[in-house]
Design a protein around this ligand. Structure first.
Ligand code: SF4
Length: 696
């Protein structure tokens, strides 16, 4: 780091907005040149330097409970993998990765697992975040492709925010939406709760949880009845409209039926529908309230159906727009970090993909087919099918549903390897081998944000203790396994160039993910790489929006409308568990708080776990505002301070996802949600738990 300037241009490691940050050990400021934030930062980003303490960091490898050295730790990891493959086959080894990893880390992990160990079982915590949006994109567009860019949020004359508390979860995007307000611009917020984002709303639809497909099916029917469709766009660029409309009519035949099923005033439903028909410049931004559902993929497609039917895709100020949760969920998708994808936006069943990737990687064959998605993967761990589990940069003992089962599974797994910055996470406590990973500011690489923009994270701090970048750790294990030739990287620039080359390798143009224009970057050019939206090919083209010419990534170039039958949450409340539990982020914390809890300024916003309850429910349950209460499910409990708020619907409560046993010893939000998943995406229904609520 000696040659590095005191302040570097890097990227915030928190949410999927991907803000540019001018960072030094003592200060963080928004980067005015970065297209995502144009100088803005939210409170988490501006407090980044306050979290750079070495307290709690994992400083050395630890092998079977004893501090160790890198050579010993690498040898032990390689030995565990080699023996497991020899005795139980490649499928006995699994990787659980993270949207916090840099793209280069992700790429090397994916290559080692699928190309050399040949296990397909590589999944990521992005499964919990936006895998339903990925599946919806694939069904509609033929690929996991986000058509829009951030500018569209400012250009839209109708902004529909579905299942998104952007004010807290994507604060800088919210600031951009707010700042771009002008006379006549309308905002509709669809959310069972009245959140901080609702402050921007001209219309708040406090929808019954899980009925989003009804609302958007009803919109499609109404648009058809009111001649609000773009028939020409449908005819020239889309398939499946008639079947989709038929399904929508049987699910949501009239605005009155929608109002009843969604528990909304009829005037609100018709106002929303009328505004949608009137305004061609409409963006529907959707996030975890849509994705984290047992019908998340259908919800995404119900939204996209309405945009395709009105020709509002990939146009300035007119698109569906998935807002991703994590800093590099998108980069992980690019390399194949999701179990059902292979690499570089190729699926296992993409024609010729396995052979192409094997030839590119210089290996005989790659894993045979899709691996297990996160919830299924941990079920397999619990059954004893997975003998070696390598977890990187994530804390599944807190973040997956039914955490009691996850902890049991981890305890039963013969070899759990955890790469992390921190030594004492809930997951690290289950590790047989702990590997100290470099943290934000200590490593170099790239991330991709919600608008497909690749940005550099840059190093400005020395490594802490013996921590190493994740790509280096994986490379060392690969070499110890005997795969020297495929893993001779000297730095992240080597990996990035290879990743970029693979994206263009035998790519005839149907795969829109193509960054081969960056494959020949020199080390210096990689070092100074400015934010770039993909695709980046050799030819100069405008990458801000996709599908601008109405050509999609399907085999025939036409988009697909998907018939959607309305499905409600898989586990409705019962007499035994009558309260519906909604979970989500708060403004000043990030995920399981391993980093943000280090800043007292951030902790001050909401210093302890809470339960938001409607005042009439408080009265009915004889609770006391400000006192502690307990939510109990079949899997565990959560203790929090009761906050009375009319912003909750009756019978429903909200709890934050961040606190965990490490901080409170009083339970987890994820103990209140079941392991029910979307049948297409495998994403758990994290927005709809059920519990009892009583005094502590
Ligand atoms: Fe970081 Fe997201 Fe805040 Fe931007 S909006 S500073 S990326 S947490």
């Amino acid at each position: 780091t000696n040659n590095r300037p005191a302040t570097v241009q890097t990227t915030c490691p928190y949410c999927g907005v991907g803000c540019g940050v001018n960072a030094s050990p003592s200060a963080t400021q928004g980067d005015e040149t970065h297209p995502a934030n144009l100088g803005r930062l939210c409170v988490k980003g501006s407090a980044l330097h306050e979290t750079l303490t070495q307290d709690g960091r994992l400083l050395k490898p630890n092998v079977f409970g004893r501090e160790s050295t890198w050579p010993r730790a690498v040898t032990e990891v390689a030995r565990a993998i080699r023996e497991s493959v020899a005795v139980h086959g490649p499928g006995s080894v699994a990787f659980y990765l993270s949207g916090q990893l840099l793209t280069e880390d992700y790429y090397v992990a994916n290559k080692l697992a699928k190309g050399f160990i040949r296990t397909p079982h590589v999944d990521t915590n992005s499964r919990l975040c936006m895998s339903s949006a990925v599946a919806a994109h694939k069904r509609a567009f033929g690929g996991d492709l986000v058509p829009a860019c951030y500018e569209d949020l400012e250009l839209a004359n109708l902004l529909v925010l579905a299942g998104s508390n952007a004010a807290w979860a994507h604060p800088v995007l919210y600031q951009r939406m707010k700042a771009s307000g002008r006379p006549g611009r309308r905002v509709v917020v669809i959310d069972p709760r009245k959140t901080a984002t609702s402050d921007l709303a001209d219309l708040h639809l406090a929808i019954r949880p899980g009925t989003d497909t009804v609302l958007f099916n009803g919109l499609l029917v109404w648009l058809a009845d009111q001649e609000g469709l773009d028939r020409r766009y449908l005819a020239e660029h889309c398939e499946g409209f008639e079947n989709t409309l038929r399904a929508a009519k049987s699910a949501a035949p009239s605005p009155e039926a929608v109002a009843r099923l969604c528990d909304l005033p009829i005037e609100s439903v018709t106002t929303f529908y009328r505004w949608f028909r009137e305004e061609p410049r409409t963006v529907t931004a959707f996030s975890q309230g849509i994705n984290q559902s047992s019908a998340g993929t259908d919800k995404g497609n119900a939204i996209i159906n309405c945009h395709l039917a009105t020709g509002r895709v990939g146009k300035p100020g007119a698109s569906p727009f998935s807002l991703t949760g994590q800093p590099n969920a998108m980069g992980g998708r690019e390399v194949g970090g999701l179990a059902n994808s292979l690499a570089a936006h190729m699926d296992y069943d993409s024609p010729g993909a396995r052979d192409r990737v094997a030839r590119f990687w210089g290996t005989d064959a790659v894993a045979e087919g899709p691996g297990m998605k996160a919830v299924d993967l941990f079920d397999a761990v619990e059954r004893g099918d997975i003998k070696v589990l390598w977890i990187m940069a994530t804390n599944p003992a807190v973040s997956l549903p039914e955490t009691d089962r996850i902890r049991r599974a981890l305890a039963r797994c013969p070899t759990v390897i955890v790469s992390d910055c921190d030594k004492d996470t809930d997951t690290a406590r289950h590790a047989d081998i702990l590997l100290p990973a470099a943290g934000w500011g200590e490593k170099d690489g790239t991330v991709t944000n919600s608008e497909r923009c690749i940005s550099r994270q840059r190093r400005f701090l020395p490594l802490t203790g013996e921590a190493r970048p994740d790509w280096w750790i994986i490379k060392e294990v690969a070499r110890a396994l005997g795969y020297e030739a495929g893993f001779d990287y000297e730095g992240p620039a080597d990996i990035f160039r290879e990743h970029a080359r693979l994206s263009g390798f035998e790519n005839s143009g149907q795969r829109f993910f193509d960054i081969s224009g960056l494959a020949e970057l020199s080390d210096d050019q990689y070092d100074t790489l400015e934010p770039r939206q993909w695709p980046v090919t050799g030819s100069a083209s405008d990458s801000r929006r996709l599908f601008t010419d109405g050509r999609f990534a399907t085999s025939d170039g036409r988009a697909r409308l998907i018939p959607i039958a309305s499905r409600l949450p898989a586990r409705p409340p019962t007499d035994a568990f009558p309260v519906i539990v909604n979970t989500g982020r708060i403004r000043d914390q990030w995920h399981t708080m391993t980093r943000t809890a280090r800043s007292s300024r951030l902790l001050a916003h909401r210093p302890e776990p809470f339960i938001e309850v409607h005042p009439e429910d408080i009265q009915a349950l004889s609770l006391t505002p400000g006192a502690l209460a307990t939510l109990s499910s079949a899997h565990g409990h959560f203790v929090g301070r009761v906050r009375a708020t009319p912003d909750q619907r009756r019978g429903e409560v909200f709890v934050p996802i961040h606190w965990n046993d490490q901080f409170t010893g009083q339970g987890l939000a994820t103990a209140l949600t079941d392991s029910v998943v979307d049948p297409v995406s495998g994403q758990p229904e994290a927005k709809h738990g059920r519990a009892t609520l009583a005094h502590w």
